[in-house]
Ligand binder design. Structure first.
Ligand code: RB5
Length: 151
């Protein structure tokens, strides 16, 4: 499994902790940056990670900014991206089991690194349950298709 990571300056430090953890767990990681705490615009990094997930170069993405909100808003503009802002493990489990999220977003100013690692672990260990949840995801897909016709 290959995992794409990206953050703005606010998320840089937490991203480094998560990259280290994932590598220790023998996951293959692509770090799309940023690589410092110099000011950066979160949509630029969201864009890189979303493209990696849509192209299937990576199976999942993790995006981090100060609150996780900006990354979540930006990522969910992409067709086929289901990004879930998670601040505790229960939501991370449901994001995979119910929503088949392909990206989680985290807020470095909201969620401490220990909890963030637990969230990442739970998300990766959970499986999509399909069934009625797939029916609902199909309806989201229909919304995306309808939006494309308007554009
Ligand atoms: C940066 O100050 C901050 O606005 C950004 O990291 C994020 O929280 C936006 O949603």
């Amino acid at each position: 499994m290959q995992i794409a990571l990206g953050s703005d300056h606010a998320g840089y430090s937490l991203k480094s902790v998560i990259v280290k953890y994932l590598e220790e767990q023998s996951h293959s990681v692509i770090d799309y940056g940023v690589q410092s705490e110099h000011s950066a615009d979160y949509p630029d990094l969201a864009s890189k990670v979303c493209k990696a997930v849509i192209s299937e170069e990576c199976q999942f993405g993790i995006l981090i900014c100060g609150t996780g909100i900006g990354m979540s808003i930006a990522a969910n503009k992409y067709d086929g991206i289901r990004a879930a802002l998670c601040s505790e493990p229960y939501s991370a489990r449901c994001a995979k089991e119910h929503n088949n999220a392909n990206i989680i977003t985290l807020g470095s100013r909201v969620t401490g690194s220990g909890l963030a690692l637990e969230i990442v672990k739970v998300f990766l260990d959970s499986n999509f349950q399909a069934g009625r949840h797939q029916t609902r995801l199909n309806k989201i897909r229909e919304i995306e298709r309808a939006q494309r016709k308007i554009d």
